[in-house]
Ligand binder design. Sequence first.
Ligand code: MLT
Ligand code: MN
Ligand code: ZN
Length: 305
Amino acid sequence: MQIVVLGSAAGGGFPQWNCRCPNCLRARSGDVAAKPRTQCSLAISADGVSWFVLNASPDLRQQILAAPFLQPRRERRDSPIAGVVLSNADIDHVAGLLTLREDHAFVLHASGRVLRVLEANPIFDVLDRDRVIRRPLPLDRPVPLTAPDGPAGLDITLFGVPGKVARYLEDPAQPGFGTQAGDTVGMQITHQGRSLFYVPGCADIDEALAARLKGAELLFFDGTLWHDSEMVEAGLGRKTGSRMGHVCIDGDAGSLRRLAALDVGRKVYIHVNNTNPILIEDSRERQIVGQAGWEVAYDGMQVTL
Ligand code: MLT
Ligand code: MN
Ligand code: ZN
């Protein structure tokens, strides 16, 4: 299986258009230790010909321009993108669907809940239902990923992770803001017995998730924030990571500690917010994650499993 990081930043990207935090200033200045990053997405393929995009970011057009393997090869109208899989209905993971509206046939995979959210929003009707097949995936059970012409040689298991409903659907009157099963999922994608785990949004590492990730060969995990109150302390927002549905990296409950004992082969932080010090290659925090065996995803990063 070939895996390419199309985008490694959280919503807003790096630098974020309206942000003058120290990290964004360094990225904007062209500092080589602060590489710009587009919003979170992976491309995967079993054969290098037909590709699946895991989360369709608002930067998808730019990401395709930077990835020759996702560009037209055969017909006058053509794309190697056979399908899209969504981990939630957040704007940074679904807005790129609108980029794919030019009559291209593909299969859109997501939990039933996420597909219902899209269903309820008429802007997504721009994806012609005769050409874009919406395929609800079960939770906790492997099924083949499908291209419009059939199975693509990859199996996918979606599994629920702690999280919340998309921000634009939060209902303050409801417990958990109205979050339902399937609002936030992780993915395990398997090819010839080898698996990739992709969990770009996760509010907590509970026993079920720890058991699932134990011994995984390759994990891309939520690296949104270093510290739970990092955005509040920087004066950039009122929300903590836990309020936003993201477990932080540092601290007793943080992912660095909680995932340390799980014997994961290759651990990569992705969906990294522009305030997170691990984005800066010469920072103390980057050194800490590196020493703990973590990599920080960057746009264009390639892994073959
Ligand atoms: C998140 O990851 O928390 C969301 O992308 C935030 C948002 O919708 O702006
Ligand atoms: Mn996000
Ligand atoms: Zn910033």
